[in-house]
Design a protein around this ligand. Structure first.
Ligand code: AMP
Ligand code: GLY
Length: 434
């Protein structure tokens, strides 16, 4: 007998930049045996084995995990969580990182999360919920612009319209009920527009203990100067320098209160709870919760995490998180997303990507694949809207930022598009949001 810990085989679901970052961090652990990624992307093949498996089919995932003797299933995206994949995996007796369908409603239904926040007195924008167009339009006209119109269900980060004019809000309501977002738009939430800097606070939880991660800030709009439509995220950094101690304490209190409320309502939430906050003049208010890691937030948070990710995730799955303390590297992290021209609208795929190895060879730079695939000739090609995330670590915010942009220049593909102002506002300080 030796004291060496046994390794476990891991199944990770998803195919984005977030999953490449999760895969790399999991693979780093001495506890990680075989790593399977379903379906994975052009980057995850370098870290583990991509498997063709329907990530949204609870029975198929549970069967694969049982037959392959998987010791931990990690669920990256929201769709499998909402579909109840975690429930099926846990029923099969396999530890799982990710909430069941009940907990995933925190993201899967904006109405559910708003109502839960109400019961727990959690600060969030005032709102109304509507299941028919007439009532929603009447409310919008009564409130007046600016307003935020949200499709209730999952819409890949695109079901939120920030309307500065009344006609925009009316159009957004008609669009939701008209079927642009499918079933997701059959219930509509209309919110008061909040102002201030945004801040994401992700937390590990086992349903009892909450361990907040480092703060990060996404850039959701497609164009520089925070203009254009919302996207899944164009760039991100960690930590967020403009957050005050009071704001940090309040965000952590809110994360704890939310998990406590879930537990009080009989929901056993084990995984990552993502709090999306706006730092308003009245203090932090919740914009949304997600039931998973953020993308691209993960690509700046995980490189700064010192802990063994397998250990932390097992502690969440097995409800022993009280025995884990998180530790963070002091370096700053900045990540820039390279997208296909046209995103978040329509875009072309199959463009050959060059320079990834040159960028990845730079010290303190990591290249995460998002929408990439390997074609028949063995070339890495574009296969999605968000194609590559380039993350750099630096001793100062500016160092990290400059290095990330230097690395982005080495990567080329037809239609390559990026925002050049990631982190610029934070560098200027809080007054840049005034
Ligand atoms: P959500 O998916 O609900 O986080 O919304 C996506 C983005 O829309 C947020 O990150 C904000 O930039 C913006 N947003 C959402 N709700 C509001 C609000 N009540 N006030 C202002 N902006 C908002
Ligand atoms: N970056 C925003 C999200 O993951 O929802």
């Amino acid at each position: 007998m030796t004291d060496e810990k046994k390794t476990i085989d891991i199944l990770l679901l998803g195919s984005g930049g977030r999953e490449h970052a999760l895969a790399m961090k999991l693979a780093e652990s001495p506890l990680c045996g075989e790593l399977y990624i379903a379906p994975g992307n052009g980057g995850t093949v370098e870290v583990g084995e991509n498997v063709a498996l329907d990530e949204n089919d609870p029975a198929a995932v549970a069967d694969f995990a049982r037959e392959t003797n998987i010791g931990l299933v990690v669920i990256g995206p929201e769709a499998p969580l909402v579909a109840g994949v975690a429930d099926a995996v846990r029923e099969a007796g396999i530890p799982c990182f990710g909430p069941g369908a009940a907990g995933a409603q925190m993201e899967g239904s904006k109405r559910f999360s708003k109502e839960l926040m109400g019961r727990a007195n959690i600060p969030t924008a005032a709102y109304g919920v509507f299941t028919n167009e007439e009532d929603a339009l009447a409310y919008v006209r009564e409130q007046g612009a600016p307003l935020v119109v949200k499709a209730d269900g999952l819409a890949a980060g695109k079901g939120v319209i920030v309307a500065t004019e009344l006609v925009q809000a009316e159009e957004a309501v008609r669009e939701c009920f008209g079927g642009t977002f499918g079933e997701a738009g059959s219930t509509v939430v209309v919110e008061e527009m909040l102002t201030g800097p945004e801040c994401s606070l992700l937390a590990f939880t086992d349903g009892k203990t909450v361990r907040p991660m480092a703060t990060s800030q996404d850039h959701k709009r497609a164009l520089e100067g925070d203009k254009g439509p919302n996207t899944g995220g164009m760039g991100v950094y960690s930590p967020v320098p403009i957050v005050t101690d009071e704001e940090q304490t309040e965000m952590e209190r809110i994360m704890n209160a939310t998990v406590a409320q879930l537990a009080a309502e009989g929901i056993d939430y084990r995984g990552c709870l993502y709090g999306g906050f706006m730092l308003t003049p009245q203090g932090p208010k919740v914009l949304e919760f997600n039931a998973r890691f953020g993308d691209p937030e993960t690509q700046v948070v995980l490189p700064r995490l010192k802990n063994d990710l397998v250990e932390v995730m097992l502690a969440c799955a097995n409800q022993t998180l009280d025995q884990v303390e998180l530790a963070w590297r002091d370096e700053w992290a900045v990540s820039v997303v390279l997208t296909s021209a046209g995103y978040p609208g329509s875009y072309e795929k199959g463009k050959v990507i060059t320079g990834i190895e040159d960028a990845a060879a730079m010290e303190n730079v990591t290249v995460y694949h998002a929408g990439t695939a390997v074609n028949e000739d063995g070339d890495v090609v574009t296969a999605g809207g968000r194609v590559i995330d380039v993350t750099a670590l630096g001793a100062t915010f500016e160092d990290a930022r400059n290095l990330a942009y230097e690395a982005c220049e080495k990567i080329q593909f037809e239609g390559k598009t990026l925002r050049h102002d990631i982190g610029l506002r934070a560098l200027k300080g809080r007054s840049a949001w005034a």
